[in-house]
Design a binder for this molecule. Sequence first.
Ligand code: ATP
Ligand code: MG
Length: 243
Amino acid sequence: MAENLILEARGLDAGYGEIQVLWGVDLAVRRGEITALIGSNGAGKTTLMRTLSGLVAVRGGVYRSEGHDLAGRSAAEILSHGIVHVPEGRRLFGAMSVEENLLMGAYLRSASRAAIRRDLDQVYTTFPKLRERRNQQAATLSGGEQQMCAIGRGLMSAPLLLMIDELSLGLSPLLVEQLVDALRALNKDGTSILLVEQDVTIALDLCDRAFVMDMGRIVREGSGEELLADPIVRDAYLGVLQE
Ligand SMILES: Nc1ncnc2c1ncn2[C@@H]1O[C@H](COP(=O)(O)OP(=O)(O)OP(=O)(O)O)[C@@H](O)[C@H]1O
Ligand SMILES: [Mg+2]
């Protein structure tokens, strides 16, 4: 495995019961980069993230990170390895406060209280709204605030790789812009990110590298710029007809 890769999947197969969803997926995520995963509804993006986080079993192929074989590992083991999933729909602990939710992200860490306090402060610097609302019950946050809290909770586990499923879903353009800026800043500070994003323009603009999924397979791979210029991607995912 090349040194700059933090995650590598080769020929990954996975599914639910009788149904196979992922067919020989190859994915390589490089350290320090933002990697995007795009594709139409039902292509298998969420299933791939759930497989990478150990919630769906690997049925075939290779899944490695930093010299560790992660195929067949439990979700808890994969999380403690540093692969952190911010799921579609955010899934906060609704009855708990914002700060309690954030601290849950640090639950598996053996870091000192001081280190956790520093990271909490860092999350509040990234998302000042969360500091203002730290004692508010998570269930009563707006959609955008919930997304910030879910990302913040992911950051609290000091991730090797932060995987975010559907960054912009249901959020206003202004909020999406703020979140995109926050992700850029986090990435600049060294956080590696794997992003699933329905808005292909946002995804390709933000990422260093992108993978396109269709019917459970990776059908294209390239830099964000390359894929933005790719006539097939433009036609299928940007609604731009070929000239
Ligand atoms: N728990 C499940 N049981 C059975 N089939 C499932 C399950 N979850 C997803 N699927 C099927 O797997 C396929 C891929 O779904 P997945 O949610 O991974 O797609 P997606 O690319 O994330 O789509 P979207 O863009 O709509 O979120 C779909 O055909 C879906 O119906
Ligand atoms: Mg999905």
